[in-house]
Design a binder for this molecule. Structure first.
Ligand SMILES: Nc1ncnc2c1ncn2[C@@H]1O[C@H](COP(=O)(O)OP(=O)(O)O)[C@@H](O)[C@H]1O
Ligand SMILES: [Mg+2]
Length: 478
């Protein structure tokens, strides 16, 4: 990086003077050190940076608002929070922001320099990866998950950020959106990876058996308990307890689970001994738990306890082109598995599939593709190979959506000022301007990003991101 620009905020003036010397040995780095909050906000609104360092001096971590403010214009700018007296509140606030390295005492110059170096390295890698990904035209794969749309990338970022912090997580999403995959990914990326991952479907176990499934039982605890059984919580000790369909857990068990999480001990049914257990809870729900809390069907205290980090998985119908990527992936896999030579989807089949609502999400897509590969008599999957109900429902949905509105619909005439408002027109013009500006700029510099960034007075990372957003590659101009 030619010269990375780092923004530093520390309200303590004496401490603020420390950063220059502490970071003197880093690669060429330009520092903007600010101690005044208003000035800091102004600077962030006016200029962009490759990384932020924010010292937290308040118990609530209000300084973190600076990071949130900077991300209004640059959603991915990495940050380091330096905290002399960490509190649970400010640690949590930092964690919720995501992409924040939280430094706690002992803090010396070396620790700080390494954190800043790491931050700038991540920034550089992010810009380069984004470019590579585009150039290769390959889908983005994170552990076993495929996803390129913004919402899925956000999910991957959160997983990467929280996995090894050990905090409890709540995953929200319709059935088949990949909640269990996310939970497994959190587990394998955590320090608990070599301990068990124990999934429990709260809806699949009859209420009267739940307690002994969770906590185990001693011999003779109830009729039929002819030997001692270890419960799932005890089995998960040191690892991750994945509570699937958490909303199905009866209230009584909710209370017992909460107690376990707070006291970190359990007692087997019919037993006296308190047994220490240490589990991380990752829970999933397709039902809206907040609503259940309001209706008194789910305990508020347990909800807060588990909802430290919330991950929202978008339904498949909102993932844009990810549908095609996933479908092609599954088609290739199943045709290999079944020893067939089917090359993928016909445009007609894809057209139908993209009109369909996919209530069963990725799982339903897998089943549809498996069936299509088995049925297809051609080398491409056609609409005939799709379930009839899917085709009719897609047709009905398409009829409801006016042709100009749907994603991917082509219209040759852009809407005139009569039918769209100011904001729409403004965005359209700005988008045109941005694309034109970038391609002119890169043409002038034959795709040399460094020179182009210099002329535009933009950090290279920002330029990369603008290019990425506009589907522009440096290589086109060489
Ligand atoms: N992003 C994805 N990429 C690839 N496969 C996925 C993705 N999301 C889900 N799947 C697959 O879809 C199926 C359903 O996922 P699962 O995690 O069981 O969903 P949920 O728990 O939300 O019902 C699984 O076979 C999973 O491997
Ligand atoms: Mg599931």
């Amino acid at each position: 990086m030619a010269s990375a620009r780092v923004f530093i905020f520390d309200s303590d003036q004496a401490a603020a003077a420390r950063y220059e010397p502490a970071l003197a040995n880093l690669e060429p780095t330009e520092l903007a050190v600010v101690s005044d909050l208003t000035a800091a906000h102004k600077l962030l609104a006016a200029e962009s940076f490759d990384g932020l360092v924010v010292a937290i001096r308040s118990a609530e971590g209000t300084e973190l608002e600076l990071i949130a403010a900077a991300r209004q214009t640059d959603g991915e700018v990495p940050a380091v929070a330096v905290c002399d007296k960490p509190t649970a509140e400010n640690a949590l606030a930092a964690l919720k922001l995501g992409g924040v390295d939280f430094l706690t005492p002992p803090l010396d110059d070396d620790v700080l320099a390494r954190a800043v170096d790491r931050m700038l390295g991540a920034r550089r890698a992010e810009a380069e990866n984004a470019l590579l990904r585009r150039q290769a035209g390959r889908p983005y794969v994170f552990d076993d998950m495929i996803g390129t749309c913004a919402a899925m990338r956000r999910v991957f970022d959160i997983i990467a950020q929280v996995a090894d912090s050990g905090v409890d997580c709540l995953i929200h999403g319709e059935t088949g959106t990949g909640k269990e995959l996310v939970a497994r990914s959190i587990h394998t990326r955590s320090k608990r990876a070599d301990k068990p991952f124990v999934p429990v479907d709260c809806g699949a176990i009859p209420d009267n058996l739940l307690e002994s499934e969770f906590f185990g039982h001693e011999r003779g605890a109830f009729t039929g308990a002819d030997k001692r059984e270890i419960g799932l919580l005890e089995f998960a000790d040191g690892g991750t307890f994945f509570l699937d369909e958490l909303g199905e857990l009866p209230l009584l068990l909710q209370a017992k689970l909460l107690r376990t999480l707070q006291e970190r001990r359990i007692r087997r049914v019919g037993g006296r001994m308190e047994i220490p257990v240490d589990v991380r809870v990752v829970a999933a729900s397709a039902r809206n738990l907040e609503e259940m809390v309001d209706d008194g069907r789910f305990r508020r205290d347990l909800y807060y306890r588990i909802n430290v980090v919330r991950i929202d998985l978008p339904p498949l119908r909102e993932r844009g082109d990810d549908l095609g990527l996933l479908a092609e992936r599954f088609a290739a896999k199943y045709s290999r598995d079944m020893g067939r030579t089917i090359h993928g989807l016909s445009p007609e089949a894809y057209q139908v599939m993209s009109q369909y609502a996919w209530p069963g999400n990725v799982r339903e897509l897998q089943n549809v593709m498996r069936r299509a590969i088995a049925l297809s008599t051609d080398t491409l999957i056609g609409p005939d190979d799709l379930p009839e109900s899917l085709v009719t429902q897609a047709g009905r949905r398409a009829a409801r959506t006016p042709p100009t509105a749907g994603k991917g619909a082509t219209s040759s005439t852009s809407p005139g000022p009569a039918d769209v408002g100011y904001f729409h027109l403004r965005d359209e013009h700005l988008a045109k301007f941005e694309k034109q500006y970038l391609s002119d700029l890169l043409t002038r510099h034959q795709g040399d990003i460094k020179a182009a960034a210099h002329e535009a007075k933009l950090p290279r990372g920002t330029l990369y991101r603008l290019m990425k957003n506009n589907d522009i590659e440096g290589g086109q101009f060489r």
